[in-house]
Design a protein around this ligand. Structure first.
Ligand code: C2E
Ligand code: SIN
Ligand code: SIN
Ligand code: SIN
Ligand code: FE
Ligand code: FE
Length: 368
């Protein structure tokens, strides 16, 4: 069953890849990856440690139905590999001071060889490590080929773990958002039907056209629907006023940007962090005359600059309680006039050069 040559090694990896594909829960992914690591190098045990940078721990899931196992981030041979980002091979652990003999003493197990390969994401950040124990050969030692195989496995593991993490984060974020909304009071129907969904799609497209990495574009797409969340704190008399707002009313309305930020900023999750930034900066203007902080140019986060264009494109093209929808020619005229004033000039150029993409999104998600 062990991988004895390159061909069967590839077959093993491919076999596990198809098993892991479609598995959504990170704990289940860990169990499958550990099994893959053990088979690949013909070890007695394999543990996939994941690094929790906030808690400064390594944790793993050994089997279904058994709780996660935790240890301090720096401990043992696994800790050395995670800390340094380098492979560590120890074929004589009892002579190695970095080895923690305590675990063997407690479990009655005898560790004779250890190979640990760090797992990194696409940005080279260490996510955790594969730790294999006790090579199942007569010599009982890990070799160069084992390092090679486990490194390959760790490249794939990095991707699988990132995908599973994103998945979990989306689910957790949805819960967080519902919670945040509930806490902030009642939810009222505000903007027309699909406004937030369209803004979300415009943001993703514009981010990709502006050459942001795909992950950043996805992050912005998930964060953008919350850009106006602060409007839940605006009284109906202002929010739903059929006519123009007077200056005092508009002053109240403007607080929605900072309140949105206040609602969202407490979370450590990347999606909500991005959402907090977008909520706060989507009404800043490139020339520095926007609100709430009057940030200028590239001091405005790229997410804020993108969302500003997406939001106004949608607001101008839609009926509001206070105005009718504008025809597309008038919107293009306005965007051209606001190039470098309200909006980032480079982003406006990109937007207008690909206008058909945005009108297609609008058509697909139009309000009925
Ligand atoms: P919103 O309706 O989602 O509009 C978002 C942004 O689109 C506006 O931000 C503004 O930059 C742009 N926009 C919308 N309609 C027009 C327009 O007719 N002309 C121009 N040049 N730009 C437009 P802004 O101005 O900071 O407004 C933020 C929010 O305040 C709006 O979100 C809306 O909820 C509310 N609001 C603004 N003006 C009025 C108003 O006269 N009456 C009412 N009832 N609400 C208003
Ligand atoms: C493990 O790989 O799960 C730890 C092995 C041991 O107890 O030494
Ligand atoms: C260690 O890395 O020092 C401990 C390895 C093990 O789990 O036995
Ligand atoms: C080792 O520590 O012997 C492994 C070196 C490496 O491949 O990183
Ligand atoms: Fe807004
Ligand atoms: Fe909006």
């Amino acid at each position: 069953m062990a991988a004895h040559d390159e061909g069967s090694m590839l077959e093993t990896i491919l076999g596990y890849m198809s098993k892991i594909e479609g598995v959504r829960k990170i704990d289940a992914v860990l169990i499958l990856l550990s099994e893959m690591g053990r088979v690949l190098v013909n070890a007695d045990r394999c543990t996939l440690w994941l690094l929790d940078t906030q808690k400064k721990e390594l944790w793993t899931k050994v089997a279904h139905g058994i709780d996660r196992v935790h240890m301090p981030a720096g401990s043992g041979i696994a800790g050395v590999a995670v800390g340094s980002g380098e492979t560590v091979i120890v074929n004589d652990p009892y002579r190695d001071p970095r080895f923690n003999q305590e675990i063997d003493r407690k479990t009655g197990y005898t560790t004779r060889s250890i190979l640990v390969v760090p797992i990194k994401n696409s940005r080279g950040e260490v996510l955790g490590a594969f730790q294999t124990i006790n090579k199942q050969t007569a010599a009982g030692k890990f070799e160069e080929s084992d390092i090679k195989y486990l490194k390959l496995a760790s490249t794939y593991a990095g991707e699988a773990i990132e995908a599973a993490k994103l998945n979990e984060e989306i689910e957790e974020t949805q819960r967080d958002v519902i919670f945040a909304l509930a806490e902030a009071g009642e939810t009222r129907s505000k903007e027309t039907g699909n406004h937030v969904q369209r803004v979300s799609e415009y943001c993703r497209s514009l981010a990709l056209l502006a050459c942001l990495p795909k992950k950043e574009a996805e992050l912005l797409k998930l964060a953008a629907p919350m850009h106006d969340i602060g409007k839940i704190a605006i009284p109906d008399a202002i929010l739903l006023k059929p006519g123009r707002l007077d200056p005092e009313e508009f002053a109240v309305m403007k607080t929605h940007a900072e309140s949105g930020y206040t609602i969202l900023k407490g979370s450590a999750r990347p999606i909500l962090k991005a959402a907090a930034t977008v909520a706060r900066e989507h009404h800043e203007r490139y020339d520095g005359t926007g609100y709430p902080r009057g940030l200028k140019g590239n001091d405005i986060h790229i997410f804020g600059r993108i969302c500003a264009i997406a939001d106004v494109f949608d607001a101008l093209g839609s009926d509001r309680v206070y105005k009718k929808a504008w025809p597309i020619e008038k919107i293009v005229e306005e965007f051209t006039a606001q190039r470098g004033a309200q909006f980032d000039p480079a982003l406006i150029d990109t937007f207008l050069a690909h206008l058909d993409q945005f009108t297609a999104i609008r058509e697909r998600l139009k309000d009925i």
